[in-house]
Ligand binder design. Sequence first.
Ligand SMILES: [Zn+2]
Length: 391
Amino acid sequence: MPLSAGPRAVTARLMLPMIPGAGRVDDAAVLFVGRRILAAGPRRQVLRGFAGPVEDLGDAVLVPGLINAHSHLELSGLGGRSPRGAGFPAWAVWLSGQDLSPPSADVLAAAVRQMAATGTAGAIDVGSRAGPAVVAALAAEGLSGLVCHEWFGFRRFPAGDPPPVLPPALEAAVRPAAGVRAAPSGHALYSTSPENLLRAREACRGLGAPFCLHLAETAGEVELLATGTGELAALLLGRLLPRGYRPPGRSPVAEALSLGLLGPDTLAVHAVWLSGADRRILADTGTVVCLCPRSNRHIGVGTADAPALLAAGVPLCLGTDSLASNDDLDLWNEVRALLADHPDFPGQALLPALTATPARLLGRDRELGLLAPGAVGGYAVVPPDLAGRLA
Ligand SMILES: [Zn+2]
């Protein structure tokens, strides 16, 4: 959507405002400046007395600007080169051999522009090397976001002198007024010590931010935590995992529960390898799951059982993951992949996953993920091939 200075309006056949209790609006209009919504509702009502430019989008379906609940913008320079379908160990070995220095501002700007051009208005982005540049790239394009500084590794820190949970440069770079904030996150149970994960999680609570964690992405992760063996163990034991590592002997979800890492303010990313008991734990704790269907397919880790998660009552989000494991950052393509994997998945459950659920997770459900006066996420247009499934 244009980021021009003056108020503009669009009209369309249908609008789904994603406001609790509010239904769909036929013959709708949205009045906005940049991504700030001034009014949204029935066309005749919204446009009464408005003399500015109006664009008629015809048969379009308008929804709130989308939120990409899992990206790694700092990996945007690695697009098109990673192995496909070779499994997680091969992908991780490939990644560790790449130049992981922060991408140029141009590369980051192009990645964020791609998000914006495909209807994304906010992102929960995870990284450890380029936080300040990611904040700047998001803010420059007018996207809201949470830039997560990822804790990784089993390093112990002096009890009385732990390092700050956020790098000072990232803390100095955040732009709360522009809607871009920062928080720590944890990488995964197999890569980061319980102490470091808990410290990051507690810091998130203090900041009022969600705690993000890759969880149950691969069968190897399940096997490593259960028995200390398998393909991920072969890759990590003696390297990342400390000498004398003892597996907890339970599933990733059960281990995350026992460590106190789950809850409605936790975003568990991937959740591919779950038992029924795991799904019940996620539902009972209110833990939000971010599905990344195309990344899972690209790396070759399996397919998350989205219908079973939905049926269990687990709140869902969608994320693209990074260009190191995906072809683009277009969330609509994530929807297409999920529906291809699960043709019977109820499409109406996907719009909340793209809007209201991640907005609530961010604690910003009055300004993101809805089309209402005061919202700052703009609007998105449902692609015609998806309109019948989602609306
Ligand atoms: Zn990730």
